[in-house]
Design a protein around this ligand. Structure first.
Ligand code: DAH
Length: 336
């Protein structure tokens, strides 16, 4: 009987391992551990055996029972895991959508501005972000003692050069390469040593415009800015020009657009109820700039303008924090 018990365990464990489902497993449990099982029959006979044989058979029976129980538990767990992974492969479940990308809001605005200005006959020009002092300042009539060159505003590079503080550099690069007439815009990233907060960032984007030819007037500037304003902010948009100073234009202006609240909200968070929003700077190209690039200031006139892209996007979409543009948080980017 001792030998039978030992063999029984291994035969039963093999049967359990081969079981296909819960039902088969339960039948095996009843058959091999139930009251009528062979193991129980043997257990009941132990008491009738000679005392010397009892301990060995008792121990073997207990072990066999444990081994069978363990095999049942293991198999039940395995069957459950199989069922779960089978449902993970359910081909009738809806598929997973692949993540579709979208253009960043500033890229969308860039494309829109390019399209607006191409419609007015402007070409798109490009220039380096790592610049030299000459193209960022000197050629733009901004002398060495000008406050804009202050270390507090400009990132200077080791070994000379700087990160451009505006896109006006491209005016110079284009005029150096191209005889007049020129009619270009340039869009790109600029850098200033700003403490980052909701309205300031050390990296930001600008569009620059330049139109030089014989007889270009301030009226052309006004018409161009107005056409841009209407396409960007709505057909009813009006433009206001205020006198200002920039070293590279004379006269210089700042221009404002009518607010998207259309003066209807005294508590408008954008215009604070004034009805106007400050947009950017512009002016007639200073003769000193023409001289720097070898254009004849007696023969040619021109206008230039510069504008921050973040500000336009913030106004149009009600964005209240300039830091969002460069954080690359998909929850922000995907909204547009
Ligand atoms: N470069 C100026 C800035 O970053 C903006 C600007 C003003 C550009 C007047 C121009 C201009 O071309 O004519 O503040």
């Amino acid at each position: 009987m001792l030998e039978e018990v030992r063999q029984l365990a291994s035969v039963v464990v093999a049967e359990i391992t081969a079981a296909q489902d819960d039902k088969a497993l339960e039948a095996l449990r009843v058959h091999h551990l139930g009251r009528k099982s062979r193991l129980r029959q043997i257990a009941r006979q132990i008491g009738h055996l000679p005392a010397a044989q009892r301990p060995a058979l008792g121990e073997a029976t207990g072990r066999a029972q444990q081994a069978i129980q363990q095999a049942l538990d293991d198999k039940a767990l395995a069957l459950r895991q199989m069922a779960e992974s089978a449902s993970a492969l359910d081909v009738t479940l809806p598929g997973r959508r692949p993540l579709l990308g979208c253009a960043h809001l500033l890229s969308q605005l860039t494309d829109e501005l390019i399209s607006i200005f191409q419609g007015m006959g402007f070409d798109v020009a490009d220039g380096p972000e790592a610049e030299d002092e000459y193209h960022n300042f000197d050629a733009l009539n901004t002398p060495a003692d000008h406050p804009a060159r202050d270390l507090h505003d400009t990132f200077y590079l080791e070994g000379g050069g700087l990160m451009r503080t505006h896109t006006s550099t491209v005016q110079i690069r284009v005029m150096e390469q191209t005889p007049p007439p020129v009619r270009i815009i340039s869009l790109g990233r600029c850098y200033r040593k700003e403490t980052v907060d909701a309205t300031h960032h050390f990296a930001f984007h600008q569009i620059e415009g330049l139109y030089v030819d014989r007889g270009v007037s301030f009226a052309d500037l006004k018409g161009t800015i107005e056409a841009m304003g209407r396409q960007l902010m709505g057909a009813e948009t009006q433009v206001r020009f205020r006198p200002h100073f920039f070293p590279f234009t004379e006269p210089s202006v700042e221009y404002d657009f009518t607010c998207i609240c259309k003066r209807q909200r005294a508590n408008c968070s954008i215009c604070k109820g004034t009805g106007w929003i400050e947009i950017a700077g512009a002016g007639m190209v200073d003769p000193a700039v023409f001289t720097a690039v070898g254009y004849d200031p007696d023969e040619y006139t021109g206008f230039a303008f510069g504008m921050g892209l973040e500000r336009i996007a913030m106004i149009r979409h009600g964005i209240d924090d300039v830091r969002r543009f460069l954080e690359n948080d998909l929850r922000f980017i995907r909204q547009f």
